[in-house]
Design a binder for this molecule. Structure first.
Ligand SMILES: *[C@@H]1O[C@H](CO)[C@@H](O)[C@H](O)[C@H]1NC(C)=O
Ligand SMILES: *[C@@H]1O[C@H](CO)[C@@H](O)[C@H](O)[C@H]1NC(C)=O
Ligand SMILES: *[C@@H]1O[C@H](CO)[C@@H](O)[C@H](O)[C@H]1NC(C)=O
Length: 224
């Protein structure tokens, strides 16, 4: 049995290439071998709603601020400042994308611990007149896949960090996978920051980074 592991690291659409591969392989009837597992470490999984509780809490976050995160993401599509400004105001999606917001509705998919007292507000649609189909492509934004698509995914490992702007993407993905019966292991690091796994090498050795590495490797040991 051929087994394959996908590791999603970092912010932005770095995960796009691997999820593309995973979706194609997993849903291709010609492909005889099943993917055994996927692992996502503090993944970014959607960009249609930029006003999740984790965006609000970590607006001035360590490692990455909200402005910087949105800047990086918008640059994947265009260097026109207009998209960046629209995303900052959460007004970047067209009217015809309305049906997708139920897939990233944090008031339904986040456990109370993460929802806290935040009040759900729907993004303003149709104010920004350009349309970027790639913003809603499930290969770049796995959270926008429908339930019948998600249920084909293999057992999944998701690691999220409390002080991370993309934390809620990962937490919502856990909920959505669990809702369709995919086996998920979720490690949430209470004092975690985005990218911590990178800080296990010169010049920065964070105990946090080694802890994440050990948790992830121990999951691999048990599940590969
Ligand atoms: C999101 O969920 C809330 C209830 O928790 C609901 O009032 C709202 O209409 C939902 N919005 C979308 C776009 O699904
Ligand atoms: C967007 O399009 C509408 C209708 O075509 C127009 O009224 C509006 O001024 C446009 N907005 C921008 C920001 O270009
Ligand atoms: C789910 O999404 C896939 C891929 O986008 C699509 O082919 C399929 O028709 C969708 N299924 C439903 C029930 O909407």
């Amino acid at each position: 049995m051929w087994c394959c592991l996908f590791l999603y690291l970092g912010l932005g659409f770095g995960q796009g290439d691997t999820s593309l591969c995973l979706f194609q392989v997993q849903n291709d009837p010609e492909f005889k071998h099943k993917i055994k597992t996927q692992a996502l470490l503090y993944p970014a999984l959607q960009v249609i709603d930029c006003h999740l509780p984790s965006h609000q809490e970590n607006e001035h976050g360590v490692v990455i601020t909200k402005d910087l995160a949105i800047k990086f993401v918008s640059l994947y599509f265009t260097n026109d400042e207009i998209l960046y400004q629209a995303m900052r105001r959460n007004e970047h999606m067209p009217l015809e994308s309305r049906h997708l917001f139920k897939l990233v509705n944090w008031s339904t998919f986040l456990p109370e611990k993460f929802r806290k007292d935040y009040v759900y507000t729907e993004p303003i649609l149709g104010r920004y007149n350009y349309s970027w189909p790639v913003l809603t492509d499930i290969r770049a934004s796995p959270l926008l896949a429908n339930d019948s698509w998600l249920q084909n995914l293999p057992p999944t490992y998701v690691l999220t960090c409390q002080y991370d702007i993309v934390r809620d993407d990962g937490v919502m993905y856990v909920s959505r996978l669990q809702n369709v019966g995919v086996q998920v292991t979720h490690d949430h690091i209470e004092n975690g920051i985005h990218g911590a796994l990178s800080y296990t090498e010169f010049p920065l050795y964070l105990r946090l980074g080694f802890r994440i590495r050990d948790m992830y490797i121990s999951w691999l040991d048990k599940n590969l």
